[in-house]
Structure formats: structure tokens, C-alpha cells
Design a protein around this ligand. Structure first.
Ligand code: FAD
Length: 440
């Protein structure tokens, strides 16, 4: 039974309620802001397991690894932002369990538990580790946190040999940054092509060519068996019966949803915390947003688990509204970007299941877009250095039924998402004109 079961009492009770957010990352930081922007006057407690205030992860595999990047630019907000809005930000404060009947959180940082009226889980994801990796080592890296990025950056010295295990976006972005800093880089990918899980063969081939052109050795179909050490120092990476010499290794084989707290509290989970379109879990007073969720997407007719800033920001906005009892649904065209060697890839929708693709722009000039169709309907786009095509395609997909996340809220700080009303939602004052994407 929900704490705020009687609508007439809702406003008064909300003013004295305590909303707790677990995870001070992209989604947690956004949810705290949205709660205040939406007029919530109760307590907001934002608990983060890391020592940092909320920051953006995309720069960790891009700008942060380059020389001379100012670290302050990774943070979402200045520290004063939270104090000025009475958001009780507690960093270095890990939640170890949820006592749902008592509505209490047990914390690693203090003995007294934290009570909550409504709870948002924004716990993100953690790096997937290969079975052969059983203990941390200073020359073996993963990349999820700012501290991971700073440790890795320390070792990006010209001439050093870096082996990247995993040819996904994070691995490739690190490979690009390292190659540009003068390291000898090898990318080992088990699948027959780079980025196999996330994009089409043409985009994979494009990035493979770019990496090779910058001196990166790319080996697909490479099965890594383990790491080789001598006298406690990393020697290299076992591939087949050979050891590929390495001074440092990045393990970049993907991420797993951080749903341990939810599973232990017996919330429904299925490779992620299962939520509905309002980001509500199987407990009506507990919500979840971001990388840790598996959520329905009405535009694609199935549940998705996404790892992207767009998803974290938009779901957090919806979750905050739902925590306040405001009617809302998360219906969004997913979008994502990557940056390697000054090339900007922008993707929206999903290319999976496409039965026809067309290309626009100038491939040779590295300014092109691939549009993906299923049964004649646009379902996805990948654009390289062609933002206009990307935006038009995203808008066209959104026009099929995307809902505004927060009609009454001021604009969210992250990049805006084109929103149009569907039959199920009130029409916004100025609905954007539907873009036209016609197949030739
Ligand atoms: C290197 C890298 C590059 C990326 N590049 C891009 C990109 O270019 N474009 C893009 O769209 N996306 C990118 N992403 C993905 C994007 O950053 C994530 O999707 C986004 O950060 C998810 O936000 P989140 O709030 O769900 O999780 P996170 O930002 O991971 O935040 C979760 C927080 O919860 C904390 N936490 C977990 N458990 C607990 C607990 N029990 N108690 C307290 N705190 C806890 C964690 O420590 C973490 O700080 C990138 C990710 C990485 C790692």
C-alpha cells in the first residue's frame, strides 16, 4: 500500500515526506533536480557510493583521457547547487540493503538507518569482468568511474603498449584516445566484427578502417584466454597459444545492471530492475531509473535495457514526476553518441531487425548517415558528422508517438529530446512539425 493513498492529503503529506535517491550518478542527479523543479518541498536525500558529486561518464573515455582536460567540467552541477536547493547530498555513502516493511535503508557509512517515504534506485551498472580476471591489478583497468579514468590516464604514456579487450564503444573510444597520445594499441574482439552488439556491419567496418588508419591493430574473432604475469608485473594477454605483450590492459567487455539491492529486497528483476512506463518497480513506493532498469518501450513494442545518458536523464525525469503522483509515461526514441578521432557518431532508434537500409551524405568525406527501415518504417539512424540527417530521422521516429516527459517542467539540462504528442497525451502548445524521411 502506498504511503500517499489518499489524494486529498497528498499535497500536505508530500511537504513533510522524505524522498531518498540511491545512486548519485546521471539519473540520481537528474531526479533530485526534477523533484525541486517540480515544486517538491519535502526532504531529498541523495546517497552516492562514490566520493564524487554527480558527474557525466561520457567524457571519461573521451576528453578526460586527452591531455589538459579540466576535470571540473565532468560534474553535472557545482556543489553549491545541491546545498542551495536543500538537496542532502551524501557521497561515499553506500546503501547495503533495503528493509521494505520498515521503509529503511541500511548504510555502510553510518550505523543509523535512513528512513524513506518514496525511494528511487538509480544504481547504474558495473563493468562485466571476464572469468579469468579474479583480482585487481594496477596495470589492468576497467572504465566506469572517474577514479577509474584517472588511474588509466596516468598510464597512457607515449610508447606504452595498450591492449583493449572488447571492441565496443568504450573500448574503441579508449583505443582512439590512447593512439592519439602515442601508445601502441591493439583491440581484441571476440566477435567477427567490432561493435557487433550495437550496430550494423557497415558502421563497424567504418570504425575498423578508422582505427587501422590511426595505427591501431584490430583483431576480430580473437578469444582472450587470460592475462600473463611475471614477478607481479603484467606481461601480456593470452590469445590462443601466444602472449600478446602489454604494459596495460583495458577490460571493456560491457556492463551489467547494478540491481543487487533490488534483487536482495525481492523487487522483480530480469537482467535489470523491472519497471513500468512510470518507472515504478514491483513495489509502488520504489522507483528505478537509468542503466539499472529494464523498461517497456511502446515505440519498439518490447522491454529494453539501455545504457545511455538520454535514457538516464529521461527516465529520471519521469520517475521524479511519478514519485510526486503526477501522471507521466516514459516513451522515448533512444539516442546515443560516440566520439573517436574527431568523428561524431550519433545514433537514434534501433537498427536491429531492419530489412532495408539507405545511405545519405558522402561516405568518402566521412559525413554520412545510414537510415534503417523495417516494413517501410524508419526504425533507426546512425550518422557520422551529419547532425542534420540525424536530427531529422530522430524527429521522424519521435513523431510516431513519443510523449513529452515533463510538460510542466523547465527544460532538463541535458540535450533536449524532440517531443510530440500521441493520442494518449495532451498536445503540447507548439508540437514540432513532423519531419519527413522518405525512402528513395
Ligand atoms: C566510459 C563511459 C563512456 C560513456 N559514453 C557514453 C556516451 O558517449 N553517450 C551516452 O549516451 N552514454 C555513454 N555512457 C553511458 C552513460 O554514462 C550511462 O548510461 C549513464 O551514466 C547512466 O546513468 P545512471 O545514473 O543510470 O548510472 P551511473 O551514472 O553509473 O550512476 C550510478 C551511481 O550509483 C552508485 N551506486 C550504485 N549502487 C549504490 C549503492 N548501493 N549505494 C549508493 N550508491 C550506489 C554508483 O556508484 C554510481 O555512482 C558511457 C558510460 C561510460 C562508463
Amino acid at each position: 500500500m502506498s504511503t500517499f493513498a489518499h489524494p486529498a492529503d497528498e499535497a500536505t503529506r508530500l511537504a513533510s515526506a522524505c524522498f531518498v535517491i540511491v545512486g548519485a550518478g546521471q539519473a540520481g542527479g537528474q531526479a533530485a533536480s526534477t523533484l525541486r523543479e517540480q515544486g517538491f518541498r519535502g526532504r531529498i536525500v541523495l546517497l552516492g557510493g562514490e566520493e564524487h558529486r554527480p558527474y557525466m561518464r561520457p567524457p571519461l573515455s573521451k576528453q578526460v583521457l586527452a591531455d589538459g582536460h579540466e576535470l571540473d567540467r565532468v560534474y553535472l552541477r557545482p556543489l553549491t547547487y545541491y546545498a542551495d536547493r536543500s538537496i542532502e547530498l551524501r557521497t561515499g555513502c553506500r546503501v547495503v540493503s533495503i528493509d521494505r516493511p520498515a521503509r529503511l535503508l541500511r548504510l555502510a557509512c553510518r550505523s543509523s538507518p535512513q528512513p524513506y517515504d518514496r525511494l528511487l534506485l538509480a544504481t547504474g551498472a558495473r563493468p562485466r569482468l571476464p572469468t579469468f580476471f579474479d583480482a585487481p591489478h594496477p596495470q589492468v583497468h576497467v572504465l566506469r568511474t572517474l577514479d577509474d579514468a584517472l588511474r588509466l590516464r596516468e598510464q597512457l604514456r607515449p610508447g606504452a603498449r595498450l591492449v583493449v579487450v572488447g571492441g565496443g564503444y568504450v573500448g574503441l573510444e579508449v583505443a582512439a584516445a590512447a593512439a592519439q597520445r602515442g601508445l601502441a594499441v591493439t583491440v581484441l574482439e571476440r566477435a567477427p566484427r567490432l561493435l557487433e552488439r550495437v550496430t550494423t556491419p557497415e558502421i563497424s567496418a567504418f570504425f575498423e578502417t578508422e582505427h587501422r588508419a590511426h595505427g591501431v591493430e584490430v583483431r576480430c574473432g580473437a578469444q582472450v584466454q587470460g592475462l600473463s604475469f611475471a614477478d607481479g608485473r603484467l606481461q601480456g594477454v593470452w590469445v590462443g597459444s601466444d602472449v600478446l605483450p602489454a604494459d596495460l590492459v583495458l577490460l571493456g567487455i560491457g556492463a551489467l545492471p547494478d540491481d543487487a539491492l533490488a534483487r536482495e529486497a525481492r523487487l522483480e528483476c530480469d537482467d535489470g530492475i523491472v519497471v513500468d512506463e512510470a518507472c515504478r518497480t514491483s513495489d509502488p513506493d520504489i522507483f528505478a531509473a537509468g542503466d539499472c532498469t529494464r523498461h517497456p518501450n511502446a515505440l519498439f513494442g518490447r522491454r529494453l535495457r539501455l545504457e545511455s545518458v538520454q535514457n538516464a536523464v529521461d527516465q529520471a525525469t519521469v520517475a521524479a514526476m511519478a514519485m510526486l503522483g503526477k501522471a507521466t509515461r516514459y516513451v522515448r526514441v533512444p539516442w546515443f553518441w560516440s566520439q573517436q578521432y574527431g568523428l561524431k557518431l550519433q545514433s537514434a532508434g534501433l537498427s536491429e531487425g531492419c530489412d532495408e537500409a539507405i545511405e545519405r551524405g558522402d561516405h568518402a568525406a566521412k559525413r554520412f548517415a545510414r537510415l534503417y527501415f523495417r516494413a517501410g518504417q524508419l526504425i533507426g539512424v546512425d550518422a557520422i558528422n551529419l547532425p542534420g540527417e540525424y536530427l531529422a530521422a530522430r524527429k521522424a521516429m519521435a513523431a510516431r508517438g513519443e510523449l513529452p516527459t515533463a510538460p510542466a517542467a523547465p527544460a532538463a539540462p541535458a540535450a533536449p529530446v524532440a517531443s510530440v504528442a500521441s493520442g494518449a497525451a495532451p498536445a503540447p502548445a507548439n508540437p514540432p512539425a513532423p519531419a519527413t524521411i522518405a525512402k528513395p
